[in-house]
Ligand binder design. Structure first.
Ligand code: SF4
Length: 228
């Protein structure tokens, strides 16, 4: 997997185009305006399992209002928590959320750990969510690759095959994403990519004509052929 399609100069231009677009089109979410590690952890945990953003914002607000810290969440009444997250169809995840908060209390003194391995050890937290927390809440230069960003990378670099499911291929994609990030700006770069994928580089119908980075995109250059 290579970034040879992009010279250093075009990489910088891609970054600038993406940031300019993000300034005008970035989405506003409560966990972005007040990105405490706990807020981002809750938001990313919910985002893992739903794409219904309007409902998700409501549910997120109710969770952080009712349980403003991990300690409150660790003591949550399960049926109350189930009711709060049920609008997302996630009632069955209530125990996992409470267990996660409990782990934060027992093992991390009520704080969200700033450590990839420790985050992944929390109940229900995978590699993507752990990276998202480190990048979006702690401001670390950490690439994040969910299915949408993986698709973006496949299209941008004209990668062949289906979206990756094996660990080695996933790692290669994360490394590729990491090489695109301007040093010290991973948070905004990752947010911009997530928003571009949600609004422009969509799964079924990418809106290439509206896309700020189309001059660099292999998929666009080939007329929308050959990439997932
Ligand atoms: S040009 Fe099209 S395929 Fe390429 S990144 Fe933009 S929206 Fe996605």
């Amino acid at each position: 997997m290579a970034t040879t399609l992009l010279t250093e100069e075009s990489k910088v231009e891609l970054q600038e185009r993406l940031f300019d677009w993000f300034e005008q089109n970035g989405r506003n979410f409560p966990w972005r305006s007040q990105p405490s590690p706990y807020a981002v952890l809750i938001a990313e945990k919910l985002l893992q399992q739903t794409a219904v953003i309007d409902k998700l914002v409501e549910v997120y607000n109710r969770i952080v209002d009712t349980y403003p810290t991990p300690r409150f969440l660790a003591n949550a009444d399960i049926s109350t928590l189930e009711d709060i997250i049920q609008p997302l169809g996630l009632g069955y995840r209530a125990k996992e959320l409470r267990d996660m908060a409990n782990e934060l209390i027992v093992r991390h003194n009520g704080e969200v750990p700033r450590d990839l391995k420790k985050l992944i050890e929390l109940p229900g937290i995978g590699d993507y969510t752990a990276r998202a927390v480190l990048s979006l809440a702690f401001g670390e230069d950490m690439p994040v690759v969910d299915t949408n960003i993986a698709r973006f990378l496949y299209r941008m670099f004209g990668l062949k095959g289906t979206l990756p499911s094996n660990p080695a291929r996933k790692r290669a994609l994360i490394e590729l994403a990491g090489r695109l990030i301007p040093k010290g700006h991973a948070r905004n770069f990752n947010l911009a990519l997530l928003d571009l994928c949600a609004q422009v580089c969509k799964a079924n119908k990418p809106q290439c004509i509206e896309c700020p980075v189309r001059p660099h995109c292999a998929y666009y250059a080939k007329g929308g052929l050959q990439c997932p």
